[in-house]
Design a protein. Structure first.
Length: 134
């Protein structure tokens, strides 16, 4: 069962949720907020299927450009740099552990799958970290 809770408005529907917070430093930071009052909402949803494409490559290799093509075709996107910024925003510090970042990305996948079954993740994943992301 999906539950979306706004600290100000109480339980709301997904139609009243704004997924991306473009007022933060980078666009596409997934920070769900209530369209009615602007407060950050808590969404409990576990992904139960769909399509996820992971774009991996070095800086400047075109991951974001390719992700934008998917977005133009109706996919939702998670940018690894934005996931890091979102995690730092939530923690109030620049320091984070790998497991926290992986949990943040997993949480973002769960949230986005509530709105769309097609997600593209653009992120640098080092070979030694690959198993952590699986």
């Amino acid at each position: 069962m999906v539950m979306i809770k706004c600290p100000n408005c109480g339980e709301i529907t997904k139609d009243n949720v704004k997924i991306y917070d473009d007022s933060l430093r980078k666009q596409n930071i997934i920070l769900p907020t209530c369209k009615l009052c602007g407060f950050e909402v808590v969404i409990s949803h576990i992904c139960d299927g769909g399509n996820l494409i992971v774009l991996n490559g070095t800086c400047g290799s075109g991951k974001t450009t390719i992700a934008e093509v998917f977005v133009d075709k109706g996919w939702l996107a998670i940018d690894g740099d934005c996931a890091i910024q979102s995690l730092r925003h939530k923690k109030g510090t620049k320091q984070y552990e790998w497991k926290e970042l992986i949990n943040e990305i997993a949480c973002e996948i769960d949230i986005l799958y509530l709105f769309c079954k097609y997600i593209v993740l653009s992120h640098i994943i080092l070979p030694e970290d690959y198993k952590k992301f699986i």
